[in-house]
Design a protein around this ligand. Structure first.
Ligand code: HEC
Ligand code: HEC
Length: 311
């Protein structure tokens, strides 16, 4: 009689085979070892979410691949050695403060690089934009990072699972001023429209790390880890509010010690205000924040009370 593995064993072995390559560290372009591991986003029932967690079980990996590829397969799934695509040096040497036109030129340049298939995008379904009441259906993202000595530039190409058209958004960090200044805009053809308050609601510290809605709804784990590493080590910056979109008074920042260790004026990440309640609710409930442990029941109650407090 020939020995065959019982079905449970087959499943276990298959799972092991699938998991092992993902767990081993890979070498990045700058010779730094970045462990490749997408932390699963699992709701933890903190009561912080205002809507029940969206059930995505019917949304398959095949659905993701098909919808994601509708942007043009030639533009995504790129082989890469550098996760951050180098840009040519800035044309105006010794610039101290980019002009708005120079910022817009960077934004159009990265859009064109993406459209020509010369960018290295991560494709995912983003957690923060998919959950809660913002859109409540899979939000498909392609995210690419670029840089030279003058600017760090990011592109987001985005659509929901039910929309037809892809929207283009960009962030430019002007590194020639101290602290660096982050410009946010939507790109529509030749038109680049700066925005402040709308983007700051989620982007409290400038570019956001990529957190997929489910660990299999992302095309390249190593690239995600490398871009997240780049974003987590970005300089502390401030956001440019265009004229006509002035920065409102956001009141007092979150003062809970478990958060202000990292999110405070003199820390890695900028302070958090009540206006950031959406990403706070999602990242804490889905176990991403704080990064290394879960909040105690008392801390959850304190955070919830703060989020619900009227200014
Ligand atoms: C509802 C929250 C939300 C708002 C509002 C928002 N973003 Fe984002 N944005 C995200 C999230 C979340 C990501 C990372 C997506 C992921 O995990 O796949 C992201 C990613 C990006 C990126 C790619 C670089 C990065 O940060 O990872 C750009 C560029 C971007 N957004 C631009 C904008 C602009 C411009 C605006 C305002 C017009 C804006 N965003 C408003 C949530 C938001
Ligand atoms: C050990 C440091 C650390 C602690 C403690 C921490 N965070 Fe974070 N937080 C980070 C880092 C690093 C990022 C960016 C990388 C990421 O999103 O994974 C981040 C990102 C965030 C973001 C997205 C905006 C941003 O800054 O990129 C929110 C919202 C957030 N954290 C909320 C919280 C809350 C609420 C707490 C307390 C319950 C908390 N964090 C505790 C380090 C920390």
């Amino acid at each position: 009689m020939r020995f065959t593995f019982p079905p449970v064993w087959k499943t276990a072995l298959l799972l092991l085979a699938l998991l092992l390559p993902g767990l081993s560290p890979r070498l990045q372009g700058d010779d730094e070892i970045v462990p490749v591991h997408i932390k699963p986003a699992i709701p933890t029932n903190t009561g912080l979410l205002r809507e029940p967690p969206l059930d995505l079980t019917k949304f398959t990996r095949q659905d993701f691949d098909a919808l994601s590829s509708s942007v043009g397969v030639d533009k995504i799934h790129k082989k890469w050695t550098a996760a951050v695509t180098p840009l040519p040096p800035h044309a105006r040497s010794g610039a101290q403060g980019l002009t708005e036109e120079e910022v817009k030129t960077y934004m159009r340049q990265v859009r064109d690089l993406f459209d020509q298939g010369s960018a290295v995008p991560v494709s995912d379904v983003g957690l923060i934009s998919t959950q809660e009441d913002i859109i409540r259906r899979p939000m498909l993202n392609h995210i690419a990072a670029f840089a030279n000595d003058t600017a760090r530039v990011y592109l987001l190409v985005q659509r929901t699972s039910t929309d037809k058209n892809w929207g283009y958004f960009s962030i430019v960090q002007d590194l020639t001023v101290d602290p660096p200044l982050d410009y946010f805009a939507e790109i529509k053809g030749a038109k680049v429209k700066f925005e402040g308050t709308g983007c700051y609601k989620c982007h409290s510290s400038g570019p956001l790390a990529i957190h997929p809605a489910r660990e299999d709804l992302v095309n390249d784990e190593a690239l995600t880890a490398a871009i997240n590493h780049h974003i987590a080590h970005q300089p502390r910056s401030r956001i440019f509010f265009p004229p006509g979109d002035r920065q409102p008074d956001y009141g007092k920042p979150l003062e809970m010690k478990t958060c202000t260790k990292c999110h405070d004026e003199d820390c890695d990440r900028a302070p958090l205000y009540r206006v950031h309640s959406h990403p706070i609710r999602v990242l804490v409930d889905f176990g991403h924040m704080p990064p290394k442990h879960q909040l105690t029941a008392e801390e959850i109650t304190e955070l919830k009370a703060w989020l619900e407090q009227k200014p």
